[in-house]
Design a protein. Structure first.
Length: 402
């Protein structure tokens, strides 16, 4: 390429098979365009990994560079960096435009080329940095910029049949990882070695079930002893000892869609104080599942579990909300915060929503039963109640590993 153009089309190779059929993406874009019509938008400039993947199928790798999906009434175009060559085009529903790094602000020039100037522009206020927003305003010269992040989040919270099918597969593969982890648990083995066994089993299962997908981001957190006190504590090289409390956490990622399995286990034996806490948390877990009924709000479910734990003088050991939505999300992108089981969330559960039930109690060191206790299942809300798509067993009867 002899001319140093600010942006260009890098249509290299044929379109790949995306996670969903074209009709699925067109349906999602119609939903977005309804949002645009309601708000009088001439263009929507989406910059988050989750929204770009949701509406186009393309899951970018930022590495410090900006990306976008620009949607107008008659087009949808991903804006990607030149370092990715033709991969964004192959993995995008719709068109793709590549910006060069030969001059500053070429990303903004590419966005403006598609969105046009002087429009009412929708954007994601919870994702754009102030600096990037300023640069986009300079390039787009919008009449006004309107935050549409809450609207896109609400659209993503209601899953299509195709999404539910993928999420079911994710839950099945999470169980495969859990089984591999349980098989690897032994005294003297390091957390990292056990975690790798679960991750490898899931990667192989994903490749078998989704031979045309991209593979990335599947991971395991396997924690032991004091390291179980936080739900997101990284893996260490700590070696397992007899009587340890253990926390199994598998996270298969399939085309940007995250699922999870989390279980409490003990190695060799469980003492009486720990058993009492564990059984109480299992009972809270089962109660929570029974409360996930269509027409019930997230706050009501939370209140029911709070009352249960308060009656047993355990509520002070709860460390976070009792569950969250599933879909296009990960540990470093995406979050449907409007569908979380917390006191301040009034969203009413509807058929087609997917949510976890994952109560956790953290008992501090020096207290009988010390450690973190957590069970995690994935539920699809149906017309008649929740459907549990997690199959791995939980509780003392199954997860004291000899």
């Amino acid at each position: 390429m002899s001319e140093r153009t600010p942006f260009y089309r890098m249509h290299n190779g044929a379109k790949a098979t995306l996670p969903f059929p074209e009709l699925e993406y067109e349906t999602r874009l119609r939903g977005l365009r309804r949002i645009m019509d309601e708000k009088g938008l001439g263009a929507a400039v989406l910059t988050s990994m989750h929204n770009i993947a949701y509406y186009s199928g393309f899951l970018y790798c930022a590495f410090g560079r900006p990306y976008a999906l620009v949607v107008t009434p008659d087009s949808s175009v991903t804006i990607s960096a030149g370092i990715d060559a033709g991969q964004p085009w192959r993995r995008s529903h719709g068109d793709s435009l590549t910006y060069s790094d030969w001059a500053r602000d070429n990303f903004e020039r590419a966005v403006a080329h598609v969105a046009g100037e002087g429009q009412v522009v929708g954007y994601e206020a919870d994702h754009l940095t102030l600096a990037t927003r300023d640069r986009l305003e300079d390039a787009l010269r919008p009449l006004v910029m309107v935050d549409i992040a809450p609207d896109t989040m609400r659209q993503r919270m209601r899953k299509s049949p195709a999404e539910l099918a993928l999420i079911r597969e994710g839950a099945r593969i999470a169980d495969i990882g859990g089984a591999a982890i349980r098989e690897a648990i032994r005294e003297g083995v390091r957390e990292i070695d056990i975690a790798m066994a679960g991750r490898d089993a899931m990667e192989l299962a994903i490749a078998e079930a989704f031979p045309e997908a991209e593979y990335r981001d599947t991971w395991v957190w396997f924690q032991s002893g004091p390291n179980t006190d936080g739900a997101h504590n990284p893996v260490t090289s700590r070696r397992l000892a007899h009587g340890d409390i253990l926390s199994l956490n598998t996270f298969p990622m399939i085309s940007g869609y995250y699922t999870a399995l989390e279980r409490t286990l003990f190695l060799g034996e469980v003492d009486a104080a720990s058993l009492e806490i564990w059984e109480a948390n299992v009972a809270a877990h089962e109660l929570g599942i029974s409360l996930l009924q269509p027409g019930t709000s997230c706050a009501q479910v939370t209140a029911g579990i709070n009352d249960f734990l308060a009656d047993r003088d355990l509520l002070q050991y709860r460390s976070f909300g009792y569950g969250h939505s599933f879909g296009v999300l990960s540990h470093y992108y995406g979050r449907e915060a409007g569908l979380e089981l917390r006191e301040d969330i009034d969203t009413v559960l509807e058929p087609g929503m997917v949510i976890s039930m994952e109560p956790m109690l953290t008992i501090p060191e020096g207290t009988p039963g010390a450690g973190g206790y957590r069970e995690h299942d994935i539920l699809i809300i149906g017309e008649d109640g929740p459907e549990n798509i997690t199959g791995f067993p939980y509780g003392p009867a199954h997860n004291v590993v000899a």
